[in-house]
Design a binder for this molecule. Sequence first.
Ligand SMILES: [Zn+2]
Length: 314
Amino acid sequence: MINNYFADIFPFAYNYFSTMLELVQNKEREFPQSIVFEGMDTKKQYLFALELARILNCKNDKTTNCDCINCSWVKSLSHPAVQNVSQIHFKGEDDETKTVISEKQASEIEKTLLLSSDYHRFFIFFSSGEKAWEDGELFEFKKLGYTTEIDFEIKPLNHTTFSRTTLNALLKSVEEPPKNTTFIFLTKSKEDIIPTIVSRSVVFKLSSQKQTQNYNLISNIISKYPNIKFEDVYEISDEILKFISDNQLKLEDFLNMFLLYLKDMLLANCSNDVFCQKINSDIEIINQAIKHSKAKIHDKIALETLLFRLARGY
Ligand SMILES: [Zn+2]
């Protein structure tokens, strides 16, 4: 689904969103309504945001080369539901401001959201300006199949261009958007936008830092996490026990791998308080399961206890 290009530059986010998009496709999960990207390369953040928008709107096979109307629109920066929002984008005619994202833009977005839409709507926020690009700089865009010339800058949001007043005007839309709406904020650091927005968002550091581990081995649990349901516990438990015995592992090895996965997730992610708290409390639960397994409690019992606790959340 997601272009391999991103597996190299943002390995953790690539894996996370690949899993997420599959869950969304299977209707097991809603895509996040608000995302803050942090990191040094805002242009690549922008490309990643477009890639997510393309996949969520694609009506075909979602591959990189797909030429359905939605993919073509995204790649020519003309998708009607994928909006840039900056000092020079998404400006109403009566909006005189030229150096900031204004309150008028925030209320324009609120109005837009009153209309129904068949698309997955994206609002991508960044600081911009006019700019003639050098050929080399557009290389990344062209490599990903973008067909249009880009004549605007893509820089991180900051307190000057994106003021507290505007953000407060936007808060209602971000808090209670209609289904299939996602706000994405491109920043160097989440400190550059107000905490009330950050706390309602999934925050992702887009860094090129590799994961410390290959997690394919525990994919059967990752694909269900964090939405493990009570009714699935016995099935997941049987899958894991079979996997462990097929691979001559101990339950403890498996749990340690899962623990590393969650710690990586914390590192690479996340300042979304609720989500972080959940991961932290799940780490505790897994640590206890590791103790159980060291204390020679039967694997099946230790594992089912763990899964029930993850499903229950404490
Ligand atoms: Zn498509």
